[in-house]
Design a protein. Structure first.
Length: 194
C-alpha cells in the first residue's frame, strides 16, 4: 500500500481517472476543509462520477479551525506548519478573519469552531469520511461532538460563502512541494516503449 500511495498522492482529477481505468479505486484521501476547498473544482466531481469514496484529511485545516490565531503560539519551533505560506505574515493576519467568522457561526449553533468545521465536511455527503487527527482525549471528544451538529442548507451556504476558495490567503504548501495542481500524468500517447 505504501508504494501505491506514492503513485497517486496529491493526484489530479485526470490522474485519478487514469488510475481508476487501470484498477478500480475505492477511496481517495485528500485535504478538504473550509480552509482547503480547491479540490471541489475538479477532484471531488471526478471521484463522485467514478463512485470513489472521499477520505478528507486535515478537516480542521491543520489545526487552524480548532485553535484559530492562538495556534501559532502552541506550535513547536520545528513544526512544518510554520513554513507553510498560509501560516505566515500577511497571509496569517488575513486568515485569522476566517476563524473569527467561523467562531461566530459556531456560537450561534451552540458548538465549537472545530465541531462546526468537521460538521461542514461531514455534511458534504455519504461518500465523505473526515479523518481529523488528535493526540488528546478532550479533542477526540470534541470531534465526536461534531456528529451532533446539524447544518441547514442555509448554514452550508453561509459557511461556503465566508470560506470560498479565494478567501484563504497563501498556498497549502511552500513552493516546490508536490501538489495535485499541475500533477497530471503524461498522456498515454506520449509514452514510448524502449
Amino acid at each position: 500500500v505504501g508504494e501505491l500511495k506514492k503513485l497517486i498522492e496529491e493526484a489530479s482529477a485526470a490522474t485519478i481517472r487514469r488510475a481508476h481505468a487501470v484498477h478500480p479505486i475505492t477511496a481517495v484521501q485528500l485535504e478538504w476543509s473550509l480552509w482547503s476547498r480547491d479540490v471541489e473544482e475538479e477532484i471531488i466531481p471526478a471521484c463522485r462520477e467514478l463512485g470513489i469514496g472521499i477520505v478528507a484529511y486535515s478537516p480542521l485545516g491543520r489545526g487552524f479551525l480548532a485553535s484559530g490565531p492562538k495556534l501559532l503560539d502552541s506550535l513547536a519551533d520545528g513544526d512544518f506548519r510554520r513554513t507553510q505560506p498560509r501560516f505566515q505574515g500577511e497571509n496569517w493576519d488575513h486568515n485569522k478573519t476566517l476563524f473569527e467568522r467561523v467562531s461566530e457561526i459556531a456560537n450561534r449553533k451552540g458548538c465549537t469552531p472545530s465541531q462546526l468545521a468537521l460538521a461542514w465536511v461531514h455534511h458534504q455527503g455519504d461518500d465523505v469520511c473526515p479523518i481529523p487527527g488528535t493526540t488528546k482525549i478532550e479533542n477526540f471528544n470534541q470531534n465526536i461532538g461534531a456528529l451532533s451538529v446539524k447544518l441547514t442548507p442555509e448554514d452550508m451556504s453561509e459557511l461556503e460563502a465566508i470560506a470560498s476558495t479565494d478567501a484563504v490567503k497563501g498556498d497549502r504548501y511552500m513552493a516546490g512541494m508536490s501538489t495535485f495542481k499541475g500533477a497530471d500524468t503524461p498522456p498515454l500517447s506520449s509514452w514510448k516503449s524502449e
